[in-house]
Design a protein around this ligand. Structure first.
Ligand SMILES: C[S@@+](CC[C@H](N)C(=O)[O-])C[C@H]1O[C@@H](n2cnc3c(N)ncnc32)[C@H](O)[C@@H]1O
Length: 217
């Protein structure tokens, strides 16, 4: 993984109004070279303005080989995005990806503008089972949706592939009024428990995200 992404912002042609990703970069820089140094095909569930997409284009996909990222998003937002103009978010995503691809021309971004279950089932139907090196799961934060995303994305991942689940420790409600079904944690815990003989949890310095490696088809 190259050591850059300092310049995201107007100078490189990208514009982001929210940044939920930069805080994850140190842990990704620690994990990826050890576990997934040269991913060629990436699945991203939940792309928003493309903050993580642009980082993965520039610093995770190898610069000397063809790579592709499949971005899945409804671009309608979740319950936690009330008040955000999602049409403008989608326009910014497209512009950010265009600007980044001008520097990373050999890579491709394939956009799936639909609910994740439909998109992932579609990819499975097109023969992509076991064809992804890396899956970044950051779509709906509702526990049933997250569980569905994890199960389907795991099928798309190859053996040895890496999955990173965002917002493990995220909570929308105030302390004391938490709704366990309105957060990814219970789904990630259920998934990693039930699939524990098919995956391993690599050591890494993040408690906010969960990383897992698929060990068995
Ligand atoms: C937290 S944002 C993603 C942030 C992004 N990874 C980044 O780096 O900035 C979550 C995204 O998931 C999308 N989303 C929510 N529910 C979804 C679903 N069921 N299917 C597909 N996308 C969904 C929302 O539209 C939103 O853009």
């Amino acid at each position: 993984m190259r050591d850059l992404h300092a310049g995201a912002g107007p100078a490189d042609g990208t514009t982001f109004t929210r940044d939920w990703f930069s805080r994850c970069i140190p842990a990704w820089r620690d994990l990826l070279p050890r576990v997934m140094p040269r991913p060629a095909r990436i699945l991203e569930i939940g792309a928003f303005e493309g903050r993580a997409t642009c980082f993965m284009l520039e610093t995770v996909l190898p610069p000397d080989a063809d790579g592709e990222i499949h971005c899945v998003d409804t671009w309608q937002g979740g319950a936690e995005h009330a008040g955000i103009a999602m049409t403008e978010v989608l326009e910014r995503f497209r512009a950010n990806v265009r600007a980044t691809l001008r520097r990373c021309g050999r890579h491709r971004v394939i956009t799936h503008c639909k609910p994740s279950a439909a998109a992932l089932l579609g990819l499975l139907g097109q023969g992509f089972a076991g064809r992804f090196d890396l899956a970044y799961v950051d779509g709906s934060h509702q526990a049933p949706d997250v569980l569905e995303d994890l199960v389907l994305a795991f099928r798309l991942l190859r053996r040895g592939g890496l999955m990173i689940c965002d917002d493990y420790a995220w909570q929308r409600q105030a302390p004391g009024a938490e709704d366990v079904l309105d957060t990814p944690k219970i789904a990630v815990d259920a998934f990693t428990t039930i699939y524990r003989r098919r995956l391993r949890l690599p050591e890494w310095p993040s408690s906010y995200q969960v990383a897992l490696v698929k060990t068995v088809e």
